[in-house]
Design a protein. Structure first.
Length: 295
């Protein structure tokens, strides 16, 4: 299958590499030339001209940051005119309504559209261990399945268009609230001088434990959030999408709203590009200022 990957950011690059590893003919495109260079060095075939990259593809795989980027790249008229007969596989995190709008525009251009957002990050993309939450018609799901099975250890056809996007937002809301909840409790434990080891031992034995706590603990203890797989700015984007959807569907948006307020403080304090677990610093500002009592 000839696949063009649009967007070679943190996720797009390993997704393109994985697809090539599975034997697909991959062409990679990115807006900024520096990432094209990195992709070339990693052995990918790159194409700087967007239209040429689109023309050679059977499947166009989108790993762009948000719906605005997708509209700018895919739905400009010269590109739309080339979509007939091709399948667009949208893997970024967008709102259900945004995905339905993009899907409708692709179908007007006589292309097929499947949303396929993913849970997991760079290592999972590299090793084909993502969790894929597809939404769209059976026909488009079947067309994309071979490719999705190369990327995902679990590929789920969640339902119709918008439902895959909704599932992804539901998951990312949990990333936000679990990490915020853990940061609050860890902050209290540390500020009271309680042994963090004992706290973790008890937590692991309880029904409250989630594996993400141990994954993020050392970053929080060391205040080191460098080299992120998933930066705070993306979690803020996803939580803002969740909040908008909640408002429309009648879910009380107070909790996401409150979390966003705190996370944005972290972002403006210089953590936007850091690992999302840096939200710990915004929740526990005194520790950020060096009042940390250790563990
Ligand atoms: P990223 O590293 O920030 O990369 C974003 C990509 O979008 C870059 O290729 C960037 O191109 C491109 N882009 C942004 N605005 C654009 C525009 N207006 N026109 C053209 N290209 C544009 O993001 P990522 O982490 O790969 O994430 C991509 C998507 O997957 C996001 O929706 C994210 O929420 C989702 N996701 C991420 C992870 C993760 O762990 N990172 C996991 C699951 C899902 P330039 O290089 O030119 O800026």
């Amino acid at each position: 299958m000839k696949i063009t990957v649009l967007g070679l950011g943190l996720m797009g690059q390993p997704i393109a590499e994985r697809l090539q590893h599975c034997g697909h003919a991959v062409v990679a495109w990115n807006r900024s030339p520096d990432r094209l260079e990195t992709a070339k060095e990693a052995g990918l075939k790159v194409e700087a001209d967007l239209l040429k990259a689109i023309k050679v593809a059977d499947v166009i795989c989108l790993a762009l940051s948000d719906a605005t980027a997708i509209r700018e790249v895919l739905l400009q008229s010269s590109v739309s005119a080339e979509l007939a007969g091709k399948l667009v596989l949208q893997m970024g995190t967008v709102a259900p309504e945004e995905s339905r709008e993009i899907g409708a525009a692709v179908e007007v251009a006589s292309g097929g559209y499947l949303e396929a957002p993913v849970l997991g990050s760079i290592p999972e993309a590299r090793s084909g261990n993502l969790i894929v939450m597809a939404g769209g018609s059976d026909e488009n799901y079947q067309r994309g399945l071979l490719l999705l099975r190369c990327l995902g250890k679990q590929v789920q056809h969640v339902g119709f268009l918008g439902q895959g996007a909704a599932m992804k937002l539901a998951m990312n809301q949990l990333i936000a609230s679990l990490t915020a909840g853990f940061s609050l409790s860890l902050g209290l434990v540390r500020s009271e001088g309680v042994d963090v080891g004992v706290f973790m031992e008890l937590l692991r034995e309880s029904a409250l434990y989630a594996p993400t706590f141990d994954k993020k603990l050392s970053k929080m203890l060391e205040h080191n959030y460098a080299n992120p797989n998933f930066p705070l700015k993306h979690l803020i984007k996803d939580l803002a999408l969740f909040q908008q959807v909640a408002e429309k569907t009648g879910i009380d948006a107070g909790l996401p709203e409150a979390m966003l307020r705190v996370f944005e403080k972290g972002s403006s304090n210089g953590h936007a590009e850091d690992d999302y677990s840096s939200l710990y610093e915004a929740i526990n500002p005194e520790m950020d200022m060096g009042v940390d009592q250790g563990c």
